[in-house]
Ligand binder design. Structure first.
Ligand code: URA
Length: 239
């Protein structure tokens, strides 16, 4: 790959900016100053530095965000803050996008990547990737609800959901539950509870396929996936 392309891809400005940077003598490849923008480098083998600092090349970026309420899971919105507004410029240069959507008032695990193939694999309705949500419900959740969700419930538009696995953590005037579903219909968790006459008053996604929300991430914080998390995602085969 040409050095100017590599550095431009990494966000060091346009090809023209990168040419200037090279001209200034700031760039070295394997400890040799390089001023020629057309020089070829192997990003996996050659050591490229700018002002002595090594630059690590990557094509893809994989970020785990603990989404806060009030932001939209979209790449742009004319009125509201989007999840991309949370990201630092050095991550934005990779043009990541959210893998699926969480409602504006839903918190929790959101994966952002520029790896379209992986996103497609995780979102394809045929793949049935399980997603687990923690929710607080406005009334008592019962064994009947567990049975109804296990069978599938009819949503307001007549759609019958696939089986969902409901676990009651605490039941009472309000209830804490965990629900695992393998689909991603619009407002699905909220509408499943509406189908049994109840209302979700707080919703948080805690897992998606093999990925678990890192609880050390504060709301609005994000980090790159670890090697292990990435490996588990890549190897993940859904039934
Ligand atoms: N189900 C919902 O109702 N909302 C979400 O954000 C995700 C799943």
């Amino acid at each position: 790959m040409r050095i100017d392309k590599m550095l431009a891809n990494l966000g060091f400005g346009s090809r023209k900016d990168v040419k200037q940077l090279l001209k200034s003598g700031a760039v070295e490849v394997n400890e040799q100053k390089v001023k020629d923008a057309s020089k070829h480098v192997d990003p996996n083998k050659d050591v490229v530095t700018i002002n002595g600092e090594e630059v690590v090349y990557k094509e893809f970026i994989y970020l785990m965000l603990n989404k806060p309420q009030g932001v939209i899971s979209a790449t742009e919105d004319s009125q509201h803050e989007t999840v991309l507004d949370i990201l630092e410029p050095e991550d934005l240069v990779f043009s990541p996008f959210p893998v699926g959507r969480l409602d504006k008032d839903t918190e929790g695990l959101l994966l952002l990547t520029n790896d379209g193939q992986l996103a497609h694999r995780l979102l394809s309705p045929k793949k049935h990737v399980p997603k687990t949500y923690f929710a607080v419900i406005n009334s008592e959740v019962t064994e009947e609800d567990i049975a109804a969700f296990k069978k599938g419930v009819i949503l307001d538009d007549g759609y019958e959901t696939k089986p969902g696995e409901l676990k009651i953590i605490k039941s009472g005037l309000t209830s804490d539950i965990e629900l695992t579903i393998t689909e991603g219909k619009f407002h699905q968790v909220k509408r499943m509870f509406e189908a049994v006459g109840k209302r979700v008053i707080y919703l948080q996604r805690i897992s998606m396929g093999p990925l678990q929300l890192d609880e050390t991430l504060e709301l609005g914080e994000y980090r790159e996936l670890t090697e292990e998390e990435l490996e588990s995602l890549m190897e993940y085969e859904v039934k």
